[in-house]
Write a protein that binds this ligand. Structure first.
Ligand SMILES: Nc1ncnc2c1ncn2[C@@H]1O[C@H](COP(=O)(O)OP(=O)(O)OP(=O)(O)O)[C@@H](O)[C@H]1O
Ligand SMILES: [Mg+2]
Length: 225
């Protein structure tokens, strides 16, 4: 069974009373450990697809199945559970809390979920992204590449089966971007995390094992390099 499955998904947004079709009949599957890059020009629907896959939003028609469960059929408690346990997000601008150190940022999701041994697990994840030595630093004391590595640690701290990455190297230089891409690649292959990554970068797409090209809300091409 695929971890994520989109079946004939359509998504309309209402903008000033007019429906904008962001996704138009998208069907797609991703297995455990698959690293999928979503490419295509601005406005083609990449972020919309990530939000639907992570149960942050719901299709207008069609179905999104996460671990075999249709996201539109979950109640509030079910949704909270899925988002808390199964999904992690990373973003272009990292979105770490500036008043917390690296390790405090990483452990926060566990503390909010009332989980024990949060600090130990947070340090383990910082080790995975090779940031353990800088665990006590605040975000303003870290480089862009280091911030994104901390953000990856935070996103995987609850061992999600799905990691969603929206332009994760969009704000990084080539060298830092390469380190982040290699980390994502290893996270997919070694931790068996499924990754969906929206990107404008050909280099980022090349790190993935499947490249899905969207155009005007439709899948134009699926490539497995
Ligand atoms: N909340 C919203 N309300 C109305 N329209 C929206 C909303 N979010 C997205 N859209 C529209 O849906 C379409 C797809 O947007 P989306 O953000 O998914 O594109 P994208 O591929 O991520 O673009 P980019 O590469 O610029 O990030 C666009 O036409 C956009 O204007
Ligand atoms: Mg986007």
């Amino acid at each position: 069974m695929p971890l994520v499955r989109l079946e004939q998904v359509t998504k309309d947004y209402l903008s000033d009373g007019v429906a904008v079709r962001a996704l138009d009949g998208v069907s797609l599957e991703a297995e455990c450990g698959q690293f999928v890059a979503l490419v295509g020009r601005s406005g083609c629907g990449k972020t919309t697809l990530l939000n639907l896959a992570g149960a942050m939003d719901f299709p207008t028609s069609g179905r999104v199945l996460l671990d075999g469960v249709c996201t539109s059929e979950l109640n509030d408690a079910g949704l909270t559970e899925v988002r808390r346990r199964k999904v992690g997000f990373i973003f272009q601008f990292f979105q770490l809390l500036p008043t917390l150190t690296a390790v405090e940022n990483v452990e926060l999701p566990l503390l909010l979920a009332g989980q024990a041994a949060a600090r130990r697990r947070a340090l383990e994840c910082l080790r995975w992204v090779e940031m353990e030595e800088l665990a006590g630093r605040y975000p303003h004391q870290l480089s862009g590449g280091q911030l994104q590595r901390v953000a990856i640690a935070r996103a995987i701290v609850h061992a999600p089966s799905l990691l969603l990455a929206d332009e994760p190297i969009g704000n990084l230089d080539t060298a830092s971007g390469d380190i982040v891409l290699e980390l994502l690649r290893r996270t997919a292959s070694e931790l068996k995390t499924t990754i969906l990554m929206a990107t404008h970068s050909a280099e980022a797409a090349a790190a993935a094992n499947t490249v899905v090209r969207l155009r005007d809300g439709r899948i134009e091409e699926i490539r497995r390099p």
